[in-house]
Design a protein around this ligand. Sequence first.
Ligand SMILES: [Zn+2]
Length: 416
Amino acid sequence: MTPLSGTPTVDLLVTGAAELLTCAGDAADLIGRIPGGGVAVDAGRIVAVGDVTGYIGRQTLDATGMVVMPGFVDCHTHVVFGGDRASEYVANAAGQQPPADASVGIVGTMADTRSKTVDQLVDDAAARIHEMIDAGTTTLESKTGYGLDSAAEARLLEVNARLAELLPARIISTYLGAHATAPGRDPKDWTVDILNQLPGVARQGAVFNDVYCDDGYFSLAQSRSILEEGARQGVRAKIHLDAYSHTGAASLAADLGAVSADHLNFTTDAELRELAAAGVTGVYMPCLEFAVNHPAPLDPHRLYKAGMDVALATDVCPGAWTTSMQLAIAMGCRTGGMSIAQAVRAATYGGACALDLQAETGSLVPGLAADLQVLDVPSHKHLAYRLGRNSTQTVVIGGAVIKAPAMKSAIGAGVE
Ligand SMILES: [Zn+2]
């Protein structure tokens, strides 16, 4: 962008990067790679990308030799929960039965979640979200779903609202009453309660309404009634579908114009084309598949072949505890065979599409929120290559520097 007159001063200037990735929706190479590119930020928004030598920054971030890219958008998380399932996880990995007193499955987490106060749940989730921000995530979705009665689900919506207020990340709240059914209850009865709760969830901050449609969870008819009622109440559909069986819910997602369809392991190619035609983003969660040793891992190339937009997400939950989108990229590449450009785009622009936020975040494009990160590696390829490392050195959300390297004197020094 050429300044109109003189040398404009902006709030923040990021300069000297080895490469800048815009991850713009229309980028021909998928990631909009600009060697040597910079970013100019003012009033929380991006004002220029690429050549920013015509700007003066009140604050300057020196990204010499590093990568500048959008913050990650983690579009599918169950980050609010009580307790942990470490005993179940390690027993399962070793082919053993978990100890009798171990917390097991969604039902175990439900009990641990119900036993905690709202304050405790906020503290527990905030610790995980701080890890996410530290590893470059600037926007995340947070689902309810471990309360499994109306009162407990309402408390989880309150937790989401408190987290959004307390933490610098953008936090999008999703109501997932239809995650499972509490022991001793019939999914039919619980569905009636969910339908009765839906008129209030938008007032409690929910933006999306999600259903777990699969064998043993919620039927296609139950899922339809819940998602249609949500649409009437102003909370748009997201769907967990076909993770462990073929349900036919892909057509439902296409019909309803769901913002995303997540898992898709048993979805047919014809159904994937239907989803693509309806503009539904497909969400791929390789870390979850790894953690549960999934019997039929998704081939993300099937989504691309069908013409879908693809998002990567952590699916952080008690059964797959990772807060790192960098690990999701590494696993998407090695276990899913994604190209690094596909994976980086899916972790930024794709995630934003899965939350209908692509006009606000997920790309470095003038006009969008200044949500970005600096990686202390010479190329974005290291995101796939350095397994288990956190390469995020600096995090900026809405123009505010949230994470800065302790030793770099250039940070915060300003050059006014
Ligand atoms: Zn999920």
